[in-house]
Design a protein around this ligand. Sequence first.
Ligand SMILES: [Zn+2]
Length: 363
Amino acid sequence: MKRLILVLGAVLLVSGFAFAGAAGEASSAGDSAASEPSIELDDVNRDDGVLRIVGTTTQAFDMLEILVEGTTGVEVSNLMGAGVDPHLYQPTEQDIDVMNRADAVVYNGLNLEGQYDAVFEALREQGVTVYGMFEPVKNAGFIIGAFELEEEVEGADDPHFWFDPRNWGITVEDTARLLGELDPAQASVYAANAEAYVEQLDLLYDWADRGMRSIPGRQRYLVTSHDAFQYFGAAFGWRMTAIQGISTEDEAGVGDVQETVDFVISNEIPVLFVESTIPPDTIQAVIEAIEADGGAARIGVRELYSDAMGSAGTFGGTYVGMIAENVYTVLQSYQAAGVDVEIPEWPAGLEPAPPASVLNPTE
Ligand SMILES: [Zn+2]
């Protein structure tokens, strides 16, 4: 269901591009939106002295909160909470109203928010700044190239770029620039917040990279049910393979359960991971098939955060904590499977520090 909608959305996206490319400047903007339901928005007076910024995903909201620290007259809010799958999330009437009252909406893009195109179009017409976080990262060529989705959506970039903390640093700096343009009086605050935060992201990256590279190269395959972790893997010298097969980036792409089973057994991959926004059934089926074929693999000590972070107020409810907890989950799971792993000391000054429940998984 999820995959079908993702593919349909991406096909629309791709055919939209193709149309724009073929018709060139002669096409009128209205034509390509003809098949989408039009959305009527109320006229709103946004000139009330408050700068309202809405982030669509948990990641966007987390970054906005960090960038506006110490400012006055700025309100940030989010639409999707913990555990929400943004590929499928339909904006509610209330969401649309919140976005329409905002000065700017900050979204992920590359079709992650699969159900938002018509709403964004209508918001732009109302004068709301609609800003895609993917743009500066894509313009910079991503830290490690973008990944193409599989054949149905060839040419479309993988939207999960935030999983490389260096990509996220690019996003942070550019979002601070945007906020400074919307609110020039406090531009220096946004810039200083961005600079301090990028230093944190650098600490996070170095820490994660050291731990993730301590696993033998041959076993550095993240086997999950969905496609979210290409950038997360590539950032640290890993490859990933998803049973649902969104990625066919290289020979590691597998199309079905039996291929995954053979792949896991022949590469001696000891752990398969379940993701926070996807039901665990598929991975469970693969583990059972591996055992039936005489192999052995276990499920990770925790779920991986994929397209949404953890609940507000938890370690995984921050970007830094979400990345770090995923790294701990990978390393601890491999360690539990008997692989020799280095779990580096948490860097001094990197906030938030992991709680005992993350440092010592009970399973
Ligand atoms: Zn996803």
